[in-house]
Design a protein around this ligand. Structure first.
Ligand code: N01
Length: 539
């Protein structure tokens, strides 16, 4: 006698991921009366803020912009303790939201999606987990995060290393004690910088393996007291609108007076004014032209290099820390606190791996061309397979068995507005390639905007009594061309970074995120919805 496999649990929609996007998507779809199941690999909610619990993890967006806007109660109840909250606070916030809106009852934790297949005849997605469970739903939303697939570069001898090693994106829940230890860290992006500045005072010896220096700028992070929260709450109704009407989904935008309209003294004054503001506004507020005009970019780049040289005592080390082969802002600008001063400490060594390349790991450390660096602990702050990694890790099969992984590998990454892919009916994505949310937008702003759009689209499809919606091949191709045209008008493609996919071997080199701006993108999304989803095909 053969045993029949039990029939899959059936829902209207399945959402993969219980991070900031997935939680909101669940709330919105449930509000419209759908039966929803969220599948989450971790043991708790919060996504990025669950996994990236490394020392010094902190938000680079201001607290008031990095939150949900859907509930006045929530906005009134939640108090932020500082301008740029640390990881535990944002994780607490997302847990508070999950509890307040009773989201957990629809989330299955500790469950990883392995594959998902569309059955065109039945109009259903089957979702298979690594544990052998099956679920079915008409709609599938991938809220799997843009930076959730960690990458550790391959080095000879890595397996022989006898010390502890960690990737920042899979940091353990138990505290790691660095006291007196010899710690190595690879990676000096936004993450590495936060780790380095945090652990440098605790460790015995810190060795930083740097391949590319960054134009990090100072973070000004005042505490928020009751009075400050009251002031902010007054502004919330205005901010809620404003964030959707700016280029980056923050509550500020590029200045209107251009570089060429200012005298040299006024330019300098403008940069200092934004510098002292202590946020990413220096990047996306001071001179918007820096993204396309090499002359302006050179000017701002030199200003930032001068600040690094002022802070690092040893001129040789200072030069190693000054980026020279790419322009300011063409890769993600990290915010820092006393980062550059770390290199004035006697227990910190900076290894420029271009001049002194890593040869291999050994049982006791890392060997570079100049010799052995003895290590008890190695930290990889080496980033992620951004945008595509979490999606291609799952075997996603659309109409006629079409594989997302294979079509992207063969034809390059293609999406329609970063929301859907032709050939994959009723599959939606948040923070996916070719949308601003993939890199150039304050995540809560753009992920809420995308989840709202998806909710309305699903609602519309159901109300029309249609089985499925997918973008037409022509509309998708048009979006790709528009995306590339804007991307290639900027300086960003000249720079190696995860924005361009150059951090992953074999990955297509193409700008991952839409550079038309969050507000323009939102307008385009709203327009197609208002026209009855004119770029899509219903079945
Ligand atoms: O990753 P990254 P990240 N040998 O890819 C180096 C967001 N974030 O985790 O530049 C040697 O930026 C690599 O070197 P290079 C934010 O959007 C947000 O730091 O490729 N080095 C680089 O230095 C950010 O942009 C916040 O030459 C190697 C580093 O590893 C994104 O996450 C905080 C190497 C990777 O930098 C990713 O940041 C932190 C190799 N083989 C992060 N491979 C907040 O706002 C890689 N590297 C809270």
């Amino acid at each position: 006698m053969t045993t029949q496999p039990s029939s899959p649990a059936r829902y209207d929609a399945i959402v993969v991921g219980a991070g900031l996007s997935g939680l909101y998507q669940l709330y919105k779809l449930r509000e419209r009366g759908l039966a929803v199941r969220v599948i989450e690999a971790g043991t708790g909610v919060a996504g990025t803020w669950y996994w990236n619990r490394y020392p010094g993890a902190r938000c680079d967006s201001t607290a008031e912009c990095y939150q949900y806007w859907f509930s006045d109660d929530l906005l009134n109840e939640w108090n932020w303790s500082e301008r740029f909250p640390a990881q535990p606070e944002t994780e607490r916030y997302l847990n508070y939201v999950a509890d307040k809106f009773e989201l957990r009852r629809d989330i299955q934790f500790n469950t990883r999606v392995a594959s998902t297949v569309y059955d065109e005849a039945r109009g259903l997605w089957t979702v298979n987990t690594t544990g052998g469970e099956r679920f079915e739903a008409q709609f599938l939303v991938m809220a799997t995060g843009g930076l959730s697939s960690p990458q550790i570069p391959k080095f000879a001898g890595y397996d022989t290393f006898k010390g502890q090693s960690f990737h920042t994106g899979r940091w353990p829940h138990e505290p790691v004690d660095f006291t007196g230890k010899r710690v190595g860290i690879m990676g000096t992006g936004a993450t590495g910088i936060q780790v380095i500045q945090t652990i440098a005072p605790q460790v015995g010896q810190l060795t930083v393996f740097q391949r590319t220096p960054n134009y990090a700028i100072p973070m000004k992070n005042p505490r928020y007291d009751e009075a400050r929260m009251a002031e902010l709450r007054q502004r919330y109704p205005e901010m809620k609108e404003l964030v959707h009407n700016t280029f980056t989904g923050n509550d500020y935008d590029f200045g209107t007076v251009t570089f060429d309209e200012l005298t040299p003294a006024q330019r300098e004054a403008r940069l200092w004014e934004y510098w002292h503001e202590g946020s990413l506004k220096f990047w996306v507020g001071a001179f918007g032209e820096l993204f396309a005009d090499q002359r302006v970019n050179d000017y701002v780049s030199e200003f930032v290099r001068a600040r690094i040289r002022e802070r690092v005592k040893d001129p040789v080390t200072a030069e190693k820390l000054c980026p020279k082969d790419y322009g300011f802002g063409t890769r993600r600008v990290p915010l820092e606190t006393n980062y550059f001063e770390v290199y004035n400490q006697p227990n910190v060594t900076l290894v420029d791996t271009n001049a002194d390349p890593i040869e291999c790991f050994t049982p006791t450390g890392v060997r570079t061309a100049s010799g052995e660096h003895a290590l008890d602990v190695m930290i990889f702050a080496t980033g992620f397979d951004a945008g595509t990694g979490a999606l291609t890790a799952i075997d996603i099969r659309g109409r006629e068995g079409l594989s997302l992984r294979e079509t992207w590998a063969r034809d390059g990454v293609h999406t329609w507005m970063g929301l859907q892919v032709h050939g994959f009916p009723n599959l939606f994505m948040i923070m996916a390639p070719l949308s601003p949310a993939a890199a150039f937008c304050n995540v809560p702003t753009c992920s809420q905007q995308q989840a709202d759009w998806i909710t309305n689209c699903i609602d519309y499809t159901r109300q029309q009594g249609r089985k499925a919606i997918e973008p037409s091949a022509e509309a998708e191709a048009r979006w790709g061309e528009h995306h590339d045209e804007l991307a290639n008008a900027t300086l960003v493609p000249k720079t190696r970074s995860w924005y361009m996919g150059t951090n992953i071997e074999g990955k297509q080199h193409r700008l991952l995120a839409y550079v038309g701006g969050a507000s323009t993108y939102r307008y385009a999304c709203d327009k197609v919805a208002a026209e009855g989803y004119s770029e899509s095909v219903f079945s």
